[in-house]
Design a protein around this ligand. Structure first.
Ligand code: GLC
Length: 731
């Protein structure tokens, strides 16, 4: 008997010891590991997991002055303002070995359009219409970030934006919900790979949830008057697509969504994100966004701000330490239930377990030369830069430059600039990694033409002293390449501008150059659509290169020489003037569409360049689209084909944008809605079929102000290349 009881106690002890280690057992299911660990954590440890502090030198001027706090071993997360994997591992080692339970820290950072290999800004990437390439770029960004000690990026930004005065229009994928959804998903896939625990995967973070792009007047941190209809129809779809694609986390926004700020909004953060979309990761607040609830007038003090944000559905507090300071009291006062604390902690642990951080808490340390700027990264950087550039104008085939252009004047503030080509949110980018426009052009044309470079003027100010040197070069040249644009700090966070025109000095400079009578190619590097109403007539050709990252020089040079046939198309409309804002392709139809009723009486109401505009060096001819049927049931599919021919004499790549419209519906709908796009290269004289398989529920339905989707019978149009083909949906 005694022997049996000893045996039983040994088995029990063994089971208890096993039980004690479930959260450390990499073979155990993640949910069991979470449950086990939460059951072992005390209140202090749970509250610490809900906080994010910073580590390293904070170079982001917009993040309100923050020095590195002393880093508690059990902190949930750090914004890692460093690229040193060794230091990261030292911090992590303390957490793993000196804290009671050894919970790894989650290291986050803003990896927006590349880490050290800086790619074009996101707005430019969307102009490539190449999600697969964007996925490749994001995967490399993830690898470079991971090797630098970062497990989690605060990206992709998928805020639909239609007010280019807003500096952050540069960070998203433009004016259209479907475009933001497709490129957001492509970027999430690149970051997270096939499995979040893969060695090169990092967790994505969808931001800024939600409708930050509707911030009043294009100014940051402001009120955004968003109807429920617009919320569901315009701002939520990219998030829904990315949540479905498995995005690990979400960031709550600064803006006040029609009276309920994004960081204290139970409808968006819990009802929609958690209950309807079943998101099982976590929400982190934007920087100081919880403390800012006081300024926004919805919290009397920090304690109330923390209570409201957490109860609304913000699991992690970025930087302002409000959760740490106030949660013990709020729990003691029974205002915050332990069940909600445990749910929040579980969500954070879930992402850490999925990332494999418990089992692989340390960064593999490799030499910088093996971490960054590998040849594959640079190849993709060049390809993405080239595919994102948009030929806006090309009068009488000014481009590509022919052999007759033997003397090229390359002038303007962007001609030899490097730093500004990196664009906003490129903290780990290095100026010396950038190939300037002049370097790229000299390499491309150096043997066939003489390139004279002069700055001529600065980005702003009123110093015209450089004009004369530039003009004298221009007079001797066969063609003038004028490189203008914006400084990288003029877009991004807290970079709203009252006008989207370039500073007067730049416009005046071109007016003076025009007097030389030489052909002018205007090259623009900027982070938003620009007001070109005065510049456009002065230019024979215009190329929008955006902020192309490290490889813009060779990409532009290839386009100028014809080595590359431009294929980019705008992901955002260029208004004629700032006064036309907002103007975007998927507006509602005017009640008086004809004549000039409802138009501006002082200027044209047509924008300069619509969403989808982009020229090529070849020509593409579209046949008549063919429908597989003109009447289908709601449950049927309808395919539409169009034959596209390359009728020019050079190869070119065409992107076909497929839209639908519903002319008579229970609610008014946009004049047209992008629902699919496809991109193919065609040799000269080649023809190919582009096909769109319409799934009525997915492509024709509309969502109402409660988020309910409807598909109505009746007439619809599918629109391609401005050809409208009618068909009917029957019950
Ligand atoms: C900033 C930005 C956000 C960024 C965060 C961390 O204020 O709004 O996009 O991810 O803080 O840097």
């Amino acid at each position: 008997m005694k022997r049996i009881s000893i045996l039983l106690s040994i088995i029990l002890a063994f089971q208890l010891s096993l039980k004690a280690q479930i959260y450390k057992d990499k073979k155990a299911p993640i949910e069991s590991r979470i449950k086990d660990l939460v059951s072992k954590m005390n209140l202090d440890e749970k509250i610490l997991q809900l906080n994010q502090y910073t580590a390293g030198l904070n170079t982001n001027v917009n993040n309100i002055g923050e020095a590195t706090k002393s880093i508690p071993d059990g902190i949930g997360s750090l914004i890692y303002f460093s690229a040193d994997p060794v230091w990261r591992n030292e911090i992590q080692k303390k957490a793993m070995e000196e804290s009671r339970l050894g919970i790894p820290i989650l290291f986050g950072f803003d990896v927006i359009h590349g880490f050290r290999t800086v790619y074009p800004i996101s707005l430019a990437q969307a102009c490539s219409w190449d999600p697969a390439l964007v996925t490749q770029a994001a995967a490399i960004a993830a690898k470079e970030a991971k090797l630098s000690g970062v497990d989690w990026t605060f990206s992709p930004m998928i805020d639909v934006a239609r007010d280019p005065r807003w500096g952050r229009v540069a960070e998203g994928y433009g004016e259209d919900p479907y475009t933001n959804a497709m490129f957001g998903v492509a970027t999430v896939k690149g970051y997270q790979g096939k499995n979040l625990s893969d060695p090169n995967s990092i967790a994505a973070c969808l931001k800024h949830f939600v409708a930050y792009g509707a911030s009043e007047g294009g100014r940051d941190y402001r009120y955004s008057d968003v109807s429920m209809q617009s919320l569901w129809e315009t701002y939520l779809p990219p998030y829904e697509a990315c949540v479905k694609a498995g995005a690990a986390t979400v960031m709550s926004s600064f803006n006040d969504i029609s009276g309920v700020p994004g960081s204290a909004n139970p409808y968006t953060l819990t009802e929609i994100l958690k209950k309807r979309w079943k998101h099982d990761g976590f929400v982190v607040s934007d920087w100081d966004a919880i403390a800012q609830l006081i300024n926004q007038g919805v919290a009397a003090d920090r304690k109330e701000a923390g209570y409201k944000a957490f109860m609304a559905g913000v699991e992690m507090d970025m930087k302002d330490n409000i959760y740490f300071e106030n949660f013990k009291a709020l729990i003691a006062e029974k205002k915050i239930p332990m069940s909600k604390i445990d749910d929040a902690v579980s969500r954070i642990l879930r992402v850490k377990f999925r990332l494999g951080l418990f089992d692989q808490p340390y960064t593999t340390v490799v030499d910088e030369s093996a971490r960054y700027l590998q040849s594959e990264s640079k190849t993709i950087a060049q390809k993405l830069a080239a595919e994102s550039m948009v030929l806006l104008k090309n009068e009488s085939k000014t481009l590509p430059l022919t052999a007759s252009a033997r003397q090229i004047a390359l002038i303007g503030p962007m001609a030899a600039d490097k730093s500004n080509l990196l664009g906003a949110w490129s903290f780990n980018g290095r100026e010396y990694d950038v190939e300037s426009l002049s370097e790229g052009i000299t390499k491309e044309f150096g043997t066939t033409a003489k390139i004279d470079v002069a700055k001529g003027c600065d980005f702003d100010g009123n110093d015209e002293s450089g004009f004369s040197e530039a003009i004298s070069l221009a007079k001797k040249s066969d063609v003038i390449l004028v490189c203008l644009g914006e400084k990288k700090g003029w877009s991004g966070e807290n970079a709203s501008r009252s006008t989207i025109a370039l500073p007067a000095i730049q416009e005046k400079f071109v007016q003076e150059l025009k007097k030389t009578g030489k052909p002018i190619v205007l090259i623009l590097s900027n982070g938003r659509p620009l007001e070109l109403v005065r510049l456009e007539p002065l230019a024979d050709a215009i190329i929008e290169i955006w902020q192309p990252g490290i490889a813009g020089g060779s990409a532009l040079a290839g386009i100028l020489s014809g080595r590359i046939n431009p294929s980019g198309k705008l992901s955002i409309t260029f208004p004629l003037t700032t006064g036309q804002i907002p103007t975007y392709y998927n507006m509602r139809q005017s009640a008086r569409p004809s004549g000039n009723q409802g138009d501006y009486q002082d200027i044209s109401t047509q924008p300069l360049y619509w969403f989808g505009h982009g020229l090529s060096y070849t020509t593409f001819d579209y046949g008549i689209p063919k429908l597989s049927a003109t009447k289908i049931k709601k449950t049927d599919k309808l395919s539409v084909e169009v034959e596209v021919s390359n009728t020019g004499n050079v190869a070119g790549t065409e992107t076909v944008l497929w839209y639908i419209s519903d002319p008579a519906c229970s609610i008014s709908r946009p004049m047209k809605e992008l629902k699919y796009f496809d991109k193919k290269e065609l040799a000269p004289g080649a023809k190919t079929i582009f096909k769109f398989e319409i799934d009525p529920n997915r492509d024709l339905s509309y969502v109402d102000s409660n988020g309910k989707r409807f598909l109505e019978s009746g007439d619809y149009f599918v629109i391609v290349n401005n050809q409208k083909m009618k068909f009917e949906i029957i019950d």
